[in-house]
Design a protein around this ligand. Structure first.
Ligand SMILES: C[S@@+](CC[C@H](N)C(=O)[O-])C[C@H]1O[C@@H](n2cnc3c(N)ncnc32)[C@H](O)[C@@H]1O
Length: 276
């Protein structure tokens, strides 16, 4: 099953490499669960289609959308049809600014999920970015005819989430894997680390180097508990230093990343897949 979102750092182009390391056959033999605590667009978890997967993200709007897709796909699709029929520059601005109104907290979860998908499909590069007040502030992209409804994909994802009993949580990554035990596999795809430039803007995206240290310590504890762990990130000095001990294997890869608004231009970047 394909991802339905455009998502920064999405792993669609690395599905084969990462799935091989996850090794679903071994996971089944070990009777283990699969955890993905930074689910984002879910490229890996949704392609594996494993039973009893646990997906998590700290982004409330994203997790609300997955819950709505699981529990109420038909109402969601009806609302997306309305968004599609009204799509224009002015309509984009109206929907984008909804979270600035006091009434935003009172709108239903399905309306919030439809807004989230509409913005993801029509904003610049599918970015998710909010200002310091938590208001979505990405400008409109240049799509002439974006596929906002995605009826087949949404129904397919809804079936997957139900038939394979996916558990969906909205927690910090550390809390999300508290129940992981021997035989389980945890794939961590946190926000990217960047080389030091002299500016420390990391905390602006809410995930910084101290969170990566926290992640490394968590991985050590999970391995001690008998879990397998896999981590992907940018190939930075900091990430390599952090994971060079305790027997972690580090695979250096060159990945393609989409850079243009319509997803047509890709650039090559250096990434690592780490496992233990
Ligand atoms: C690189 S993206 C994951 C991309 C995903 N693998 C995909 O294929 O689309 C990182 C995700 O981590 C989430 N995140 C950031 N900080 C977090 C935290 N402390 N706990 C859990 N999730 C977090 C972000 O909301 C974002 O969705």
């Amino acid at each position: 099953m394909e991802t339905i979102l455009k998502w920064a750092g999405g792993k669609r182009l690395l599905i084969n490499q990462i799935s091989k390391i996850i090794n679903p056959d071994q996971l089944k033999k070990d009777n283990g669960h699969y955890y993905e605590p930074f689910i984002g667009g879910g490229a890996i978890a949704f392609s594996l289609e494993l039973n009893e997967t646990v997906i998590n993200d700290s982004n409330k709007e994203l997790i609300n959308m997955y819950n709505v897709i699981k529990n109420n796909p038909s109402e969601l699709i009806e609302l997306l049809k309305i968004h599609q029929s009204k799509y224009s520059d002015a309509y984009y601005e109206r929907i984008r600014k909804m979270d600035r109104s006091k009434n935003y907290d009172n709108i239903s979860n399905v309306e919030k999920a439809a807004r989230f998908i509409f913005l993801n499909k029509t904003c610049y590069n599918g970015l998710y970015r909010v200002n310091s007040s938590g208001h979505f502030n990405v400008p409109k992209g240049k799509y002439k005819n974006p596929d906002i409804i995605m009826e087949k994909k949404i129904n397919g994802l809804s079936r997957l989430l139900n038939e394979k009993s996916f558990k969906i949580t909205c927690l910090d990554f550390e809390k999300a894997v508290e129940d992981a035990t021997k035989g389980d596999v945890v794939y961590f795809d946190p926000p990217y680390d960047y080389e030091e430039t002299g500016f420390t803007s990391y905390s602006a995206i809410g995930f910084n180097k101290s969170d990566l240290v926290r992640l490394k310590n968590l991985c050590d504890r999970l391995i001690d508990r008998g879990c397998r762990v896999i981590i992907s990130n940018n190939d930075t000095k900091f990430v390599n230093e952090l994971f060079k001990c305790n027997g972690y294997k580090i695979v250096h890869i060159e990945a393609f990343r989409f850079i243009s608004c319509d997803g047509s231009k890709r650039s090559k970047v250096k990434e690592v897949i780490i496992y233990g």
